[in-house]
Design a protein around this ligand. Sequence first.
Ligand SMILES: Cc1cc2nc3c(=O)[nH]c(=O)nc-3n(C[C@H](O)[C@H](O)[C@H](O)COP(=O)(O)O)c2cc1C
Length: 110
Amino acid sequence: MAVDQRTRRSRLGNPTGGLSGPAIKPITLRLVWEACKAVKIPVLGLGGVETATDVLDYLLMGANAVQVGTASFTDPQASERLERDVREAFFDSNLFVINELIGKFSTEIG
Ligand SMILES: Cc1cc2nc3c(=O)[nH]c(=O)nc-3n(C[C@H](O)[C@H](O)[C@H](O)COP(=O)(O)O)c2cc1C
């Protein structure tokens, strides 16, 4: 929610709205991690995906694919850009297959 003090009304029409984009990524990343541990079916990671690192973060948590929502509003070619950037990131990290990354998040210290 967001309120206008002058009118004492919501700045949103409903008067509530959904939150999306980078602000929600820390929460959605955690939820995707938990979902991946809880189910044996493919999981789609989403929430604030804007950069290749965001994609890799979700894959590391166990997501099999990601969705791009809000980033597409500012950059309609975001998905194509991310595909190129993720390929480059894989190349830079000497990763050859996506399974070398999916679900490889570790909670071990050090
Ligand atoms: C304008 C807008 C409309 C949306 N409509 C739906 C919808 O109809 N159904 C749904 O499940 N999620 C809907 N979402 C949520 C998105 O699918 C997604 O879960 C959320 O925006 C987080 O991803 P993002 O940060 O990449 O946008 C909508 C999001 C936005 C910004």
